[in-house]
Design a binder for this molecule. Structure first.
Ligand code: SF4
Ligand code: SF4
Length: 289
């Protein structure tokens, strides 16, 4: 079962839930893999004492325009949905704007003059780590200055699925744009982490609409319960969205998190709560599949 831990909004506690959930799955004896797909800012693995095993470089297609063969017809410019081709025919100027290119190859298909050659560029990597008990961890990381996070997410999840594990816990990118969707479509069940505040509710609604539009199954964890207001609860009840659990606001939890420690290893009530959360997620996921 692939389980994505996601949030419409950054800072709700997605990584806190992912890492503590993973530790709990392990302590309950499940075969689980933790995968950090928050590729623009991966930090889940900081909570574990790990040794890097290897990196797999992720590359993306790039066209190379041969100005000796180019007849400046402009077809590639017209085909490019991302405005990644700088084209001024009057001055016989044409060049690729690398940072805007999404590697879709439309320009290459469009060119009938053989003026575009195939090439690729490094955009990031998938790294494999291991802990002292030989558990494998994966991290996708976008290269600095690059913008194409989707191929990294796809590669990271593909690598994760090639490893035999009963549960793959995926720490997703925050927000509801393409990185979130790419993780969600590859998951069997999505855990949405929110907080009971107007901001939390606003972004939760967007996440719910997105997941409904791609027909995905999900439940909600309300983190830092006790703060904010009851609007999130009203929304969830009205829309019949299951609450997996509430995690109380606690300075102790925050302190352990800021020290890079897992609360389930230190706070018995949080350990028990995460055991309940794990069992509910497995039950919810299984009942759906
Ligand atoms: S590969 Fe796609 S995004 Fe890149 S320049 Fe060509 S058409 Fe534009
Ligand atoms: S489609 Fe080919 S020939 Fe036309 S402008 Fe682009 S690179 Fe040049």
């Amino acid at each position: 079962m692939n389980i994505a831990i996601a949030s419409g909004k950054g800072g709700t506690g997605k990584t806190f839930v992912s890492t503590n959930l993973f530790k709990t799955f392990q302590s309950l004896g499940h075969s689980a893999l933790l995968v950090d797909c928050d590729v623009e800012c991966p930090n889940s693995l900081l909570f574990f004492d790990l040794k890097k095993l290897s990196d797999t470089i992720v590359k993306e297609y790039r066209p190379i325009i041969d100005t000796n063969k180019c007849v400046y017809c402009g077809l590639c410019y017209e085909y490019c949905e991302y405005n990644a081709i700088f084209y001024v025919p009057e001055l016989k100027q044409i060049k690729l704007l690398d940072n805007l290119c999404h590697g879709c190859k439309a320009c290459t298909v469009a060119c009938k003059h053989g003026a575009i050659e195939n090439s690729s560029t490094e955009i990031g990597q998938v790294s494999f780590f291991v802990d002292s008990e030989k558990h494998i961890f994966l991290e996708g990381r976008l290269k600095e200055g690059k913008i194409a996070s989707i191929p990294i997410i796809k590669s990271t999840i593909k690598e994760a699925l090639s490893l035999s594990s009963d549960f793959v816990l995926i720490d997703s990118s925050p927000g509801t744009s393409c990185p979130f969707i790419q993780t969600a479509v590859r998951s069997d069940y999505i855990v949405l982490v929110t907080e009971p505040t107007p901001f939390g509710l606003s972004d939760l609604k967007q996440a719910v609409e997105t997941l409904d539009s791609i027909n995905k199954n999900y439940g909600v964890i309300i983190n830092r319960s006790g703060i904010g207001n009851i609007e999130v609860y009203d929304y969830l009840e009205k829309n019949k969205i299951p609450i997996i659990a509430e995690i109380p606001f606690s300075k102790e939890i925050a302190r352990y998190y800021s020290e890079g420690k897992l609360a389930v290893s230190y706070l018995s009530e949080i350990k028990e709560l995460f055991e309940e959360i794990s069992n509910k997620i497995i039950k919810n996921g299984n009942s759906i599949s």
